[in-house]
Write a protein that binds this ligand. Structure first.
Ligand SMILES: Cc1cc2c(cc1C)[n+](S(=O)(=O)[O-])c1c(=O)[nH]c(=O)nc-1n2C[C@H](O)[C@H](O)[C@H](O)COP(=O)(O)O
Length: 501
């Protein structure tokens, strides 16, 4: 899927070196020379990063953040100059390293040593083990990009804490020798009720990126659906091919609607062509939230607002109900609205034929939003009152803060028909690649099966509100139970560093 080198002329090192200033700016990406002079001002990540690297091989900077087919979408043919002479002695000082702001060569070497000495994957017992390992091995820009929530990170923590304010009412003396964790999603049988939610830039934490996540979803004893982000590090073609290697799990496409609507339509057509089975339009991000750990770690030359802001510059803040209804008409695939956060919007969405994901983007958007779990308890009763039956004539997914099989069982008991995982998949992939994703899947399925037995249910369809006590859910001021594992890996955002010497 790399842009083709066929027919490109070979350019000598001497000629390449003549174009190494911001107003005559050639760079090399994966062996191909591009003239970015006219693109600098349009670069979503800001002009500085390109200006500072004119005349260099920037592949190591480019690859973790951009899918390889992005170049063809944004760089005109006339600006593809040729290939660098493969026999030239390319100077090391002109080869950039991957961005690692806030790190030193020593800290990067230490993290690499840790990565070479990870615990055996069999020793891992909970989802938090992956998160803890990533907090130690990921370069700061990856760790902060993945782990951060917006502003005070109330919603980031509340998403998970909310699950700790819902308790179970288990049945006893039920023969639970056999339990079945399977369910129906979009009319098809799935082995478990959880899926991979769309997260951008998976290659920032692990070079295999969304391709190794696809392999992890597909291999092992069962498959789980994978939602693919518009902002993936890998191309849709690469991620789609990866699923086919192992007999293919369902893949869904998550759409950030571009200001240039034709690009949004192209992406929908591409998703259909790659056999994606649903489109998820993300509606909680008219602009990406202010993730201050990410912002604080400005990549030098300064990327104004961290990685997130750079990515969000092409998302259309003017998107409204008419737009999404228009987009829905452009495809025969089921369409979800991802990022529904109040029951009124849930009803409007369902009345217009959409499925929904109750989500606050993992606490990365508007801070202090109600947790998706709490919103779920408001949405489902209203939908049922209006004649919509989750799982029968509408899908109601939820994501955010899910870290345990019991979290998934609580969501199902409260009417969710699918449960999304964001960070657990990023962390398991970043630490152990596809094997990590497979292990994460297995852990959760084991927890679901074991806790179904303890709940006294054989099938997920038996679960309903009678199995949970949600009265603590709304009293958010209660002292939240000490979630030691979560607290162990939670890194509070610190206040400004001020050298008062
Ligand atoms: C952690 C994370 C989440 C992102 C995500 C990137 C990261 C690193 N990105 S973002 O860069 O724009 O924010 C996306 C994205 O591409 N598209 C999207 O719809 N949701 C995005 N999400 C939200 C994700 O789909 C889930 O809603 C969220 O992760 C669920 O919460 P947990 O992480 O607690 O499971």
């Amino acid at each position: 899927n790399e842009p083709s080198k066929k027919g490109l002329r070979t350019i000598s090192l001497d000629e390449f070196k003549k174009h190494s200033s911001p107003d005559d700016c050639w760079v090399i990406i994966n062996g191909i020379i591009y003239d970015l002079t006219n693109f600098i001002a349009k670069h979503p990540g800001g002009p500085d990063i390109i200006k500072a690297n004119s005349g260099k091989d920037v592949s190591a900077l480019f690859n973790p953040i951009h899918a390889s087919d992005l170049i063809d979408k944004y760089i005109m043919k006339k600006d593809i100059k040729g290939i660098i002479d493969p026999n030239c002695d390319f100077p090391k000082e002109l080869i950039t390293k991957a961005l690692s702001p806030g790190e030193t060569p020593e800290s990067m070497a230490f993290k690499e040593k840790l990565r070479q000495n990870l615990p055996s994957i069999d020793e891992l017992k909970t989802i938090f083990d992956f998160e803890y390992i990533c907090s130690k091995i990921l370069p700061k820009n990856a760790w902060y990009y993945y782990s951060s929530g917006s502003e005070d990170e109330f919603s980031l923590r509340e998403n998970h804490n909310a699950y700790h304010r819902v308790q179970f009412r288990p049945r006893v003396l039920v023969n639970v020798k056999d339990v079945d964790t399977s369910c129906t999603i979009l009319g098809e049988k799935h082995e478990v009720p959880f899926y991979v939610s769309a997260t951008a830039l998976a290659a920032l934490g692990y070079e295999g990126g969304e391709v190794s996540i696809a392999e992890g979803c597909a291999q092992g004893s069962f498959k789980i659906p994978q939602m693919i982000s518009t902002l993936s590090s890998k191309t849709l073609a690469e991620i789609s091919e990866a699923k086919d290697k192992f007999g293919g799990q369902d893949q869904w496409f998550q759409l950030y609607v571009n200001t240039d609507r034709s690009k949004a339509l192209d992406l929908i057509k591409e998703a259909e062509a790659k056999k994606c089975k649903a489109i998820f339009i993300t509606v909680d991000a008219p602009s990406l939230g202010r993730r201050e750990k990410d912002v604080k770690l400005k990549a030098k030359p300064s990327r104004e607002n961290g990685i997130s802001k750079g990515l969000s510059s092409f998302i259309d803040p003017s998107l409204d109900w008419e737009d999404v209804k228009y987009l829905k008409k452009q495809t025969s695939l089921p369409v979800f609205l991802k990022g529904i956060q109040r029951k009124e919007d849930a009803l409007t969405a369902v009345e217009n034929g959409f499925n929904i994901v109750i989500s606050n983007h993992g606490g990365r958007q508007l801070d202090h939003t109600v947790s998706p779990l709490e919103t779920l308890t408001e949405v489902v009763p209203l939908l049922k009152e209006k004649g919509y039956k989750p799982g029968e004539n509408v899908e109601v997914f939820i994501d955010g803060g899910v870290r345990r099989g019991t979290d998934i069982l609580k969501a199902i008991a409260l009417g969710a028909t699918g449960v999304g995982l964001g960070r657990p998949i990023l962390y398991s992939n970043s630490a152990y690649g596809a094997k990590g994703v497979e292990k994460c899947k297995d852990m959760l399925r084991e927890e679901i099966a074991m806790n179904m037995r303890l709940l006294g249910v054989n099938k997920l369809s038996e679960l309903n509100e009678s199995f949970v006590d949600t009265q603590g859910l709304k009293y958010r001021s209660v002292r939240l139970s000490n979630d030691f594992l979560n607290e162990e890996v939670y890194e509070p955002r610190n206040i400004i560093e001020w050298d008062m010497a």
